[in-house]
Design a protein around this ligand. Structure first.
Ligand code: CP
Length: 307
């Protein structure tokens, strides 16, 4: 049993069976993480490089911890303190690292398609840790794992993705995954932050009304406004965004129903989420981070061919 693909470039390329296998394998690894000795020898003698050309806290640490938990040898690369800062190309950087006999590459890059480009030029297995506004597949997998763990299902689950859909790789990977697993999806946010084609392209619901989205959904996955990817003003101010689209505790309490609040991080508190929501009883945000390690252990294990 293995994945249908040599790389994890995006959820778009995975089958439903691939996703089920990753989520099942993650359950086994989550059990390992509850033990006093949280380490297994599954990837002993496998060397993995973490290539981060863009900032990260959760994904970078989560991959590194996952790699260490499965006993891989790990090297870390940050563009800011490497020869990439002296003008070296991506391919030269990677080929130099691979000549040191590296087996797998985990890569984050600000350019959409960078992991795909790499996959055309090198033999090592590549895991996309987020590329531009394209995909963030391991985030969608850990989100799905967390939704399933909390609610017991993905099929038929109503998931609202709220916020800056236009610039979000998390939104796109979540939409691909949830549709493959037969969940129902709604996107919500200001009209300027939701692509016009999205309803027809993905057969999902669209609303510009936050209350409609929250009333409809079982799970709300709330996204950050990605100001670093916007080169023109798309809404009046962060304060007005919070008034119109910020998730407030009083709003959730007024729904009088069970609802799960998720966020991939980093959170802009007081913009898309108020602190008493992020830290309150509706939130499973830190469970998502915890589950990320088990999900990444599963992805690395399955792509390493050790299964
Ligand atoms: N969710 C996520 O990708 O967070 P980081 O940017 O901190 O890795």
């Amino acid at each position: 049993m293995g994945l249908s693909s040599k790389h994890l470039l995006g959820i778009k390329d995975l089958t439903k069976e691939d996703i089920q296998l990753i989520l099942f394998t993650a359950t086994q690894f989550k059990e390992v993480l509850q033990r006093p000795v949280k380490k297994v020898p599954s990837l002993r003698d496998v060397t993995i490089v973490n290539l981060f050309f863009e900032n990260s806290t959760r994904t970078r640490f989560s991959f590194e911890l996952a790699e260490k938990r499965v006993s891989a040898d790990v090297i870390n690369f940050a563009a800011s303190n490497s020869s990439a800062a002296k003008g070296e190309t991506l391919l030269d950087t990677v080929n130099n690292i691979l000549s040191m006999k590296v087996d797998m590459v985990v890569m984050r890059h600000s350019a959409s398609g960078a992991p795909y480009f790499l996959s055309q030029h090198i033999d090592a297995a590549i895991v996309n840790a987020g590329d531009g506004i394209n995909e963030h597949p391991t985030q969608a997998l850990l989100d799905a794992y967390s939704m399933q763990e909390k609610t017991g299902r993905l099929e038929g689950l109503k998931v609202a993705i709220i916020g800056d859909i236009m610039h979000s790789r998390v939104a796109l990977s979540n939409i691909y995954l949830l549709k493959k697993m037969h969940a129902e999806v709604m996107v919500a946010g200001p009209p300027t932050l939701i692509p016009k084609y999205i309803k027809e392209a993905f057969d999902i619901n669209v609303t510009y009304d936050i209350k409609e989205a929250l009333n409809w959904c079982d799970v709300a996955n709330v996204l950050r406004i990605q100001l670093e990817r916007q080169n023109q003003p798309l809404f009046s101010s962060l304060r007005e965004y919070n008034i119109a689209y910020g998730i407030k505790r009083s709003l959730l309490d007024s729904l009088k129903k069970e609802i799960v609040i998720m966020h991939p991080g980093p959170i802009n508190r007081g913009v898309e989420l108020d602190s008493d929501v992020a830290d309150g009883p509706y939130s499973i945000i830190l469970n998502q981070v915890e589950n990320g390690v088990a999900v990444r252990m599963a992805v690395l294990y399955l792509l390493s061919g050790q299964s």
